[in-house]
Each structure stands twice: as structure tokens, then as C-alpha cells.
Design a protein around this ligand. Sequence first.
Ligand SMILES: [Zn+2]
Length: 478
Amino acid sequence: MSLQIYNSLSRRKEPFEPIEPGKVRLYVCGVTVYDRSHTGHAMSALVFDMVRRYLEYRGYAVRHVVNFTDVDDKIIRRCAEAGISAFELADRYAREYLDDMARMGVQPATLYPRVSSEIPAIVAMIGELIEGGHAYRAPNGDVYFDARSFSGYGKLSGRSLDELESGEEPSEAKRHPADFALWKAARPGDPWWEAPWGRGRPGWHIECSAMARAHLGDRIDIHGGGNDLIFPHHENEIAQSESARGVAPFARYWMHNGMLQFPSGGSGVDKMSKSLGNVVPIGDFLDAHEADAFRLFVLSSHYRRPVTLTDEALAAAEKGLERLRGALAPARPAAGEGATAAEAELAAAAARARTDFLREMDDDFGTPAAIAALFELGKALNRARDAGAGVDALAAAQADLIELAGAIGFDLAGGARPAETDAGAADRATPLVELLLELRGMARAERQWAMADRIRDRMAELGIEVVDTSEGSTWRWA
Ligand SMILES: [Zn+2]
């Protein structure tokens, strides 16, 4: 059977057929970079990292675009409070997000466009929408999308315009409550750009339509995001993209992940929210937990369902990860009596695990059952080792386990990723440490003792110990 994907638009599973054979155009809504990213963002990124890795494992070349929203009310407000420029703040959190994703073991997207550098594409699309009678300039200078001009409005979320009309307060600027801002006229203190209809900045929804088109084309294969984005964001993306050039469908498959939840004080669950105090920055989370344990926790549920993050669930994932790694232990020194039978059984178990894994993954990325197949192979490995299976037979099945787990992003053989990242960072730091040591040497040669000592003390604070010997100075990580 071929890969089946649940399409939120048709509300059923469909066989996956990309526009261009062998290639996948994947767009996933990214983060608004006004604060540190949290475990909820990590979960969504991890789900689509799994999707992309599995598509690549299946032989597709995936072009993966994720946007950074760096022009936004929240950013502007924050910056006014902090007295720094909007782009400075956004850039800081965008960099931190990329670092967080690297620590999380999430592959970097092919491209991370930012609103601030995509204005021409955004202005062009709004121009087309005005031209085509899908957008209008309101008396206050804003430009709105005319929801009634698009007959398909509501097809993703299942909401009708009538229903939306009754639910909302009438506004002076908008002709219909479902209309939404494509362009917000410049207000004092806000960042602005020139446009034929007046200075201002883009609304939120238009950026994704414009960026997807600019970097992936008029039509894309998969559009992803959290299910909290279905309405209004994705509904509005469809309205914009399909109205601009009349090309439909904008996205062939809409994929939505369930939300990360937290146990509440009572018996139910809470959403993530600042006021409940359950918002944990990714960096802090990874200081306490391993990335692959979080991956195992997330992928142990189906991506469309909500998952509840509890200490018990995380501890179970940590144990599970240990079990999978334990299956990679080497063979016992002497082959036992039942070795041949055990090896045959292990080879059969490995073949079965592969079949099961692929079947479950092909069924709308069924990671819970696919992971169960990995655990079965792990058990078979341990049984075979106990029964005295030889090195080659164990290594072959272990390679299968590493390969299949790797197809959904686990790094079983490499061990803990954070440590690996630290080692990589340490490697890159070496030339800088050597440079500091050289400067200290020069200071000493010129008898500038205070300077030399200051450099040594500051290096010590950074965890680098300077060792002076008769042959000169060396260093080591403290
Ligand atoms: Zn978006």
C-alpha cells in the first residue's frame, strides 16, 4: 500500500500523490519570534520533522519552508516597552529558536523566510487581490480581504459566513465580520513599508500565502501546522492563495497536529498558558531532559491527537529510550548452544519489524504502532543475545533497529544529542581559546601582569583552565 495522509480539508485519509513525482513541497507555519519558544512549539516542529524525515526515508526530495513572523503587534509592543528595535528582538529569538531546534534534533528547514524580508512578495499578492476584486481599502487606511468574494470560504474549518456574521460584533472598517486585514495602515511608532495603497505593514495571514508562493510555487503538496491554526489562519490562507491567481487547491494536503496539554490541578487537562505557569522554554526543558526522550514521548501518540505532558509520561519515555538503546548491547563472548536457532528467529523478527513499521508509518504516520514494532525488535534482540546469537547476526538486526528508528528521527547509536552539540560547540571554540591564550602570552611578554591575569580569570569563568608550564601555556576545559 502506498502512503496515506489524513487531509483536514477532505476529512479523510487519501493516498499521497505529490504534484511532481518524487518531490514534496512542504510549508509549515512557524513561530512569532517575540519570546522564547516553548515545548508546545517544539512538539509541532517535532511532528513535522518526523513527517519530513519519513518522506525523505521513502525517497522523496522535500523542500521544507517554515516562516518566522517578525512583524507583529506583540513584537512591536514588547520592543516599545524594552526600548529596542523590533528586528533586534525578533532576530534574537529567531536565533534562539534555531539553536533550540538543533538541540531538539529537528532538521533545519530548507528555508526560514521572515516577513521583514518578504515585503515585496506580500505587497504584490495584496495588489493582485485588490485588482481581482477580492480586497478593499477601508476608510481607516487598512486593506481587508473580502471573504464574500471567495466562494470556498469556510471549506477547511467547516464554518459558514452566515454563522460567522451572527457571532461577531460589526466593525466600522470591515464590510463583513469574516473579512480580515491584509495590510494595516501605519500608526505612529510602528514599523512601516511603502505600498501603492499607503504606508503600513502586513497583517498576519498574508505572509504565509505570499511566502509559500514565493518559495514553493502557486500550489504546494503539504501545508502543516497546529490544529489551533485551522481557523482563522489556514482558512484565510486558502482564501488568499486561491483568490490571487485562481489556482486551487492551494495545498493538496492539510496536516494538523494536536496540541500539547498539561494535567490540571483537578482531573482534567489544561492548555498551555502563561497564567497557568506551564509554559516551559525549550532550552530549559532540554537542560533537564534528553531530546530523544521528548521525541519518544511525542511520537508515542498519534500526531493528530492531543498529548498530555506529565512527569510520569516523560519518565516512561526515558525508560523506553533506555530499553531501545539497551538492545544495541554487544553479543556475549561465547556463542551458546541454541545460537543458530536464535539467529534465525532474530532475522525473522527483524523482517517482521520492518514490515510492521513501514505499514504503520504509511498509514498516516502511525508512529505509536511503528514504535511498538521497534520495541518488539528490541525484545527479539535481547532474547537472541541471551540465547547466544553471534556478533554478525546481532549487528545486522541492530542496524535495522537504528535505521528504522532513524527514519523518524531517533539517534539511537549516537546517544545523547545535547552532549554531542556541546562537543561540536567545544570544537568550534578551540581557535578562539587559542587566540585568547596567544594574547595572554603577549601581555606576559610585555610584563602586563594585570592584563594577563584578567584574561586568565575571565577564561576560568568560562570554564577554561589555563595551565602554565616551563614549555609555555596550555589549556583544558575545567
Ligand atoms: Zn501560517
